[in-house]
Design a protein around this ligand. Structure first.
Ligand SMILES: [Ca+2]
Ligand SMILES: [Ca+2]
Length: 159
């Protein structure tokens, strides 16, 4: 069984720059959020994933801060462990270069969403439907018979 991670909220408790940071978040080297302007106290809805874990040391989420003239600032790395699966929302902390960011995330087994039917086009992770919503590509899976039955019963009562 594999595992997946979703990232929820990025919170800036202290910026790295004076004023606004130009922050981004990577997971395994791919962009999860940003680059965007971030001020002290900001809470950003990242809401990205799920991403499949490799169950290796490569499952690292990193926070970076861009500067035009200096090298980009690396504000920290955090290793996402499958051991946190099923524990609900967890918090990763990033405190490089005097900054202070937190990122909430959750790990679950890799059946987070229903798998698309065989032959369906691959859906990008970032475009997965929000939790609890059934519609669009999944609408054809909704049962139709109960609606017809209710309508029929209503007609009989009205006679
Ligand atoms: Ca900086
Ligand atoms: Ca900067």
């Amino acid at each position: 069984m594999g595992y997946q991670v979703k990232f929820y909220q990025l919170r800036c408790i202290e910026t790295e720059d004076n004023g606004e940071d130009e922050t981004w978040v990577d997971f395994r080297g791919g962009r999860v959020w940003g680059r965007g302007d971030v001020s002290k106290g900001d809470v950003i809805n990242v809401n990205n994933g799920p991403f499949t874990l490799s169950n290796s040391g490569a499952d690292v989420v990193s926070v970076w801060e861009h500067d035009d003239f200096d090298p980009d600032d690396h504000l920290g790395d955090f290793h996402i462990s499958p051991a946190s699966s099923g524990r609900g929302e967890q918090v990763a902390v990033f405190r490089g270069d005097g900054a202070h960011y937190t990122l909430t995330y959750e790990v679950r087994p890799d059946n987070w969403y229903p798998r698309p039917p065989a032959g369906a086009p691959r859906r990008a992770h970032a475009n997965a439907p929000p939790k609890g919503k059934v519609g669009g590509a999944l609408a054809h899976l909704l049962p139709r018979r109960p609606v017809t039955a209710l309508h029929g019963a209503g007609c009989r009562v009205s006679r």
